[in-house]
Design a protein around this ligand. Structure first.
Ligand code: AMP
Length: 358
């Protein structure tokens, strides 16, 4: 168990690292951010930072010697970097989780192996596998690169009549996973935390609306039955145990309706704090960021309690950051800006949480 005054090393310097560091500071813990990007927003809220490539072993060794434990805010940290660091300091979650979640196919096989429902899928490494995969999952289907996809990047939809090989060429014929297109009723996520001694706490099921493949609004409570909410949290708990996870992670799920009953299919796992959990900073008695810091510090987790009848989180994407002024005076709203200067289209610039009490 880390004592106050200890230092947590964080790989990655974006807004997630920034909000983790702010939560750590409140608990009297210091953070050291390691990021290859010069203008990392997390640098400005910590007392120690390193700007170096993930392959720079001298910088990594120096970073490791300056911290007590290491975690990350970014799941595409190279596996080699994580294992280099793990030889020097405890890394949470364990680097084996990165190997399981960096590749969509390995991740799907893992979830499927736990007998947790997922959309029908097939591996695509050749044109014949693509044809066979389409026979299996049907059309429409979604073809996704197995690695490095996010916010809808690295995926194409294949409609009836589309040339599947042309779709694959758009993804540069990279190794892919083909998924049946799920006609979901809604999308939800469960943010869960697991402590070093194996205790799991889930936040309430969150409902997520995307725009142009990017999360726009998260709302709690989600419009799901109590039975489905229990099932969604049970799935997250099983995944946490199967990974022997320490820290916070998110499970993104599709809610489908079969007859009158709702059921869930797991879409993907993010082995880190997640955008759909940002509402917890202002909308719950403990945030996902504090929960993660507690877990990696070896502290007990808090039992999260929602504040308000309903909580809504709205992302400020690209030029929407100009709407900040108007949000500042909205009752129940809390504004968060990430310190980014260049409001490029699609870039997450900040978010607003609105707590409704009536
Ligand atoms: P992902 O990168 O897998 O999280 O996908 C991004 C978004 O694309 C999801 O949040 C869904 O809105 C949509 N999507 C991904 N996979 C599927 C699927 N198999 N069926 C329907 N929609 C999907």
């Amino acid at each position: 168990m880390l004592k106050p005054g200890s230092t947590i090393g964080i790989l990655g310097g974006g807004q997630l690292g920034r909000m983790l560091a702010l939560a750590a500071a409140r608990l009297g813990l210091h953070c050291h951010i390691y990021s290859p990007e010069k203008d990392s927003g997390a640098f400005e809220v910590v007392r120690a930072s390193t700007c170096a490539p993930y392959e720079d072993e001298a910088a990594l060794a120096k970073f490791a010697s300056s911290v007590d434990v290491i975690t990350y805010e970014f799941e595409n940290v190279p596996a080699k970097t994580a294992s280099f660091l793990a030889k020097r300091k405890p890394v949470f979650p364990d680097p084996h989780v990165l190997e399981l979640t960096q590749d969509r196919l390995i991740e799907k096989n893992f979830i499927d192996g736990l007998k947790i429902a997922v959309a029908p899928y097939a591996a695509v490494h050749s044109a014949s596998q693509l044809a066979a995969g389409l026979d299996k999952v049907g059309r429409p289907a979604v073809l996704k690169t197995t690695t490095m996809g996010y916010d809808g990047k690295g995926q194409v939809k294949i409609m009836p009549g589309d040339d599947a090989n042309a779709a694959w060429r758009k993804l540069k014929n990279a190794p892919c996973i083909l998924e049946g297109f799920v006609k979901f009723e809604r999308e939800v996520s469960v943010i869960a935390a697991r402590s070093a001694d194996g205790h799991v706490e889930c936040f309430e099921v969150t409902e997520n609306e995307h725009r142009d493949h990017i999360l726009k609004i998260s709302t709690v409570p989600a419009k799901v039955s109590p039975a489905l909410a229990t099932e969604a949290k049970r799935i997250a708990t099983r995944i946490a145990k199967a990974f022997d996870y320490v820290g916070v992670f998110a499970v993104e799920m599709f809610v489908v309706k079969t007859g009158k009953k709702q059921a869930v299919l797991v879409n993907e796992i993010a082995p880190r704090v997640h955008n759909s959990g940002h509402w917890t900073i202002d909308g719950a008695t403990v945030s996902q960021f504090e929960q993660h810091i507690r877990a990696v510090a070896g502290w007990p987790l808090a039992k999260p309690i929602r504040l308000g009848r309903k909580v809504e989180m709205t992302n400020l994407i690209g030029a929407e950051v100009n709407e900040t002024q108007a949000w500042l005076t909205v009752p129940g709203a809390s504004v968060h800006l990430y310190g980014k200067t260049d409001a490029r289209p699609g870039r997450k610039m900040g978010h607003v949480t609105r707590v409704y009490t009536k």
